[in-house]
Design a protein around this ligand. Structure first.
Ligand SMILES: Nc1ncnc2c1ncn2[C@@H]1O[C@H](COP(=O)(O)OP(=O)(O)OP(=O)(O)O)[C@@H](O)[C@H]1O
Ligand SMILES: Nc1nc(=O)c2ncn([C@H]3C[C@H](O)[C@@H](CO)O3)c2[nH]1
Length: 213
């Protein structure tokens, strides 16, 4: 059994492409807990207080989704577990988590990752689909989607948070070597509004899947 995982910064288009890909492959989409996530608005209102709690919340949900997704072939997860650490370490570097919290988190994540390591072909993802967007596109998409707590007009500090997150994502993707990967240009391909772009992106992913299997 194997899964396909999406990755990318906030607003990159992961949920959108997850749904499209699951429909195309006739499989199930597993979405990140957002609308039903009571910790997320708390985190945006007071990041220092809630960064660690949010991270544990996401890690727990993510692990449950992975276990459920692994029950069938080709299910799609709208964010990989490998990005959680990137988000948490950014928050820690911004002083929103202390060293003890970082140590506990890193150890917990390592423990969980042992169960889905790249040496285990039954649990490691088949493919990571990374949607890369420029900072400019990221900002436009966050506005377009309109989640209140993510808007810069409500919290100007988010500008630097998003900017740094986007920069770190580029490095993270280049270094990623857990499973085969493919990058989608989310600036170039408007796969949400343009059916030709959607077809091209889905075809590229299917070609890559055929190549690696
Ligand atoms: N390629 C695209 N072209 C045009 N609009 C897009 C594209 N990708 C996403 N969008 C739009 O951008 C917004 C964010 O997309 P989506 O929710 O899929 O992102 P996400 O990566 O899942 O974000 P998050 O990590 O915050 O959950 C939505 O309004 C979506 O319709
Ligand atoms: N701090 C933090 N750590 C995570 O692991 C994480 N995963 C997602 N998110 C935030 C980003 C979007 O606002 C929203 C939807 O992706 O949730 C996270 N935030």
């Amino acid at each position: 059994m194997a899964v396909i995982v999406l990755s990318g910064t906030i607003g990159a288009g992961k949920s959108s492409l997850t749904g499209m890909l699951a429909e195309k492959l006739g499989t199930t989409a597993f979405y990140e807990s957002v609308d039903d996530n009571e910790v997320l608005p708390l985190f945006y209102s007071d990041p220092k207080k809630y960064a660690f709690l949010l991270q544990i919340y996401f890690l727990n949900k993510r692990f449950a989704s992975i276990k459920a997704a692994l029950k069938d072939d080709n299910n799609i997860l709208d964010r990989s577990i490998y990005e959680d650490s990137l988000l948490f370490h950014l928050n820690a570097d911004l002083g929103r988590a202390n060293q003890k919290e970082v140590d506990v988190y890193d150890e917990l994540l390592d423990n969980m990752l042992e169960r889905i390591s790249k040496s285990d072909i039954n649990t490691a993802p088949d493919l990571l689909v990374h949607i890369r967007v420029s900072f400019d596109t990221m900002m436009k998409r966050i506005v377009k989607r309109g989640r209140e707590y993510e808007q810069i007009e409500n919290d100007p500090d988010l500008y630097e948070y998003y900017n740094e997150l986007n920069r770190r994502y580029d490095r993270w993707y280049n270094d990623f070597d857990i499973c085969p990967k493919i990058q989608i240009d989310g600036d170039k391909y408007d796969f949400v509004e343009n059916p030709d772009d959607a077809e091209k992106v889905l075809k590229d992913i299917e070609t890559k899947l055929a190549e690696i299997r």
